[in-house]
Design a protein around this ligand. Sequence first.
Ligand code: ADP
Length: 674
Amino acid sequence: MTSLLDSLIPSSDRRQLIDVAFQHAPQYIWLLGPEGDVQACDQAVRELEGGTDDGMRGRALWANRWWSEPELVERHLRDGIGEALLGRRLSFEARVVRTDGDRLTVDVLVHGFTGDDGARRVRVDAMDVTARARVEAELRASEAKFAGILAIAADAIITIDQSQTILHFNRGAEDIFGWTEAEALGQPLEMLIPPRYRTNHAGHVEAFGQGAVMARRMGERREIYGLRRSGEEFPAEASISKLDTPDRRIYTVVLRDISDRKRTAHAQQFLAEASAILGSSLDFHATLRTVVSLPIPLLGDACIIDIVDKQDVIRRIASSHPDERKAFALRQLEARYTPFWDSPSIVIDVLRRGEVEVVHGFDEAFLDAHSVDEEHAQLIAALGSKRAIFVPLIARERVMGVMTILGEGADAGYDEQDVALARELGTRAAFALDNAQLYEAAQLATRARDEVLGVVSHDLRNPLSAIQMCTRVLLESPPADEAARRDLLEAIAQATGLTNRLIQDLLDVANIEAGKLSVEKAELSAAELLDRAAPMFESAARERQVRLTVRAEPGLPMLLADEGRVMQVLANLVGNATKFTEPGGSVEVSAAPAHGEVVFAVQDTGPGIPGEQLPLVFQRFWHNRRNARKRGSGLGLAIAKGIVEAHGGRIWAESVLGEGARFSFTLPVVKGTG
Ligand code: ADP
């Protein structure tokens, strides 16, 4: 057999081709005839085949047992032979199993040449590329892994070249900056940096490129900011590294959006400061004024607080506003539009449900649905609010009010973090308000105790001294006269009665304060009630030489009331009227029906009560100093008010100074009789 080298290489350029052969180092070489039949092979093939080429010669190369996919190889080889005969080359990759069982990957090159004999010949080179294929596969896998990491990283990973053009832009970068990869690639890095930092930034990157450090944190000396597609800036944390590839230097920037972290820190600081401010006063109204100003400006531009008082009445306080028109609207909303329990108001919903409500977009439909009249809607509209958070103020499981935070900003609205912050603020505010209320109640209780002690020591002492004096006279030197002894005993009985009444009054006041005044309602004729009451007042009126008239309008409906308690109220009012009216004056007691209730009135011709003191007369222990001479315990009217309100009625006083006073109260009637 011809040496392969001889057949392979025309003598003319053998030297050069030897070099080529060595350089490319094909490991297996065959010479084929036009039908693919093996005409010669090299030593490596012979070794592979067991040291002899006899088995190979004359057979088609694809018939060799070692090809893993012989059909595929046959197709490639046939194509290759065709190409080679035409002077072209064809290469393909094939997998082989050697006789020793090893699996290899070979690169097969089919090409042709013209031999010394002038005939066209086909040569097949197969090179073992198993190692390279493995490395490539590993590389591919590792690239895929790296690409996967880049893709899922929440951080922005951006590669730029020396001219600071973006080469790579991962998903994290897309999320953070708002540009898609396709939009960012090929663009200058500048577009991700707020304009005022651009010049400096480019210089920093260049300096870093020239320095010896391979990677470092950016913005060590000052905070750095990124620029989103929307134009919004955000605080960031970033590091940069450089890498020299064979063709260029690239920089990789890894950047993290730290707005959330900063916001959380800011919120914590805000809450800590709010707590400190809230803790600075125990005065309820001062605390309320503090609370209403706290959410501004971090959470909104205006704030309204609705607070439910002990009698379930809603009271409102609104924040101020630098814009005079809006400040006016807020004052109006405070003074005139405090919601009632049946208002179509979100505040009422939140008060009832105790859950936060967030509203975005105050459009016309919304205003219509949540305002009581046209003016109310206009006032809300004047505030220019675009969004609101309604936070229930909950302390000790009681919804004590609602904090409404209004925001003007046209941005997206309140997000979860804002709501969480508002909720936290609400919790702290409610806690502070509750504390202030408890403190106020404690102070009132202390004051009440002192007042009671004052009354007990002062007012009880008089009748007790009388009792003591009379008993001593009776014991030590009883008068011989029967009538004189009787006078003393009567004085004792009267003083005991007074003491008893005072104690009963104090008990009633205590029960009213605790909301525990017992009232047993029953059907009661108003006219009959007055008939029964009249004789009780007549003796006192006669004594004071005051004319007493009792007038019940005909057709009075049936009352639903506690007769004993109503008598108590009438006795107090008529008693006061008689007491303060000079002899010759008159007192008129009347009852008239009005809108499902009966209005009782006691009118006198006494000195009257100054207008500014009218609201005070129902406070316990209150006296008009000018009447000090006639003062009693100062509990009568407070008890009367408590009794009337326990029936669901109202009590009030009117007076023209010098002409007399008129005390009126209402009582509910049996349904269907009013
Ligand atoms: P008192 O036991 O002192 O009468 P009240 O609560 O009944 O307590 O009344 C409180 C105060 O209201 C009285 O001390 C008096 O100054 C004033 N007052 C009550 N009724 C009248 C009245 N008809 N005319 C003028 N002043 C009155």
